[in-house]
Design a protein around this ligand. Structure first.
Ligand SMILES: O=C(CO)COP(=O)(O)O
Length: 128
């Protein structure tokens, strides 16, 4: 299963604590994680094996959206900062739209992320 993790600067601390909390699940061999550049560095520092794409403002959101469109990503954890401006707002909206087009779970805040992760955990447990 491949998961994408992305966080705006104002939400990176929350993303790191989410990743730490779910380290055991996310660290499993059958989980691949892809992340935008800076978020990916934080995730790597948390001990996770992560493939980093470009930073969000440089096209990283668009790279992840392309993989969602190709059916390669099963869920996106995108902690957006609604209180900040982003020069790449069109890419952000595009990623969210692509998730909706392809019916891929998209968690844009930690509360939703907990629920999505619970669902993924149950789905993976039921396969064992
Ligand atoms: O800007 C982002 C998402 O829109 C995140 O990019 P970084 O992970 O490189 O900070």
């Amino acid at each position: 299963m491949k998961l994408a993790v992305i966080a705006h600067d104002g939400k990176k601390a929350e993303m790191v604590s989410f990743l730490n909390k779910h380290y055991n699940f996310l660290h499993q061999a059958n989980i691949d994680i892809i992340a935008t550049g800076t978020t990916g560095t934080h995730a790597q520092n948390a001990g996770l094996k992560v493939r980093r794409v470009l930073s969000g403002p440089k096209g990283g959101d668009a790279q992840i959206a392309a993989q969602v469109a190709e059916g390669q990503i099963q869920a996106v954890f995108f902690f957006r900062d609604p209180l900040d401006k982003h020069p790449h707002e069109p890419d952000i909206n595009m990623l969210m739209r692509i998730c909706d087009v392809h019916n891929v779970p998209l968690a844009t805040n930690p509360a939703t992320a907990e629920m999505v992760l619970r669902g993924l955990t149950q789905a993976s447990d039921s396969k064992k």
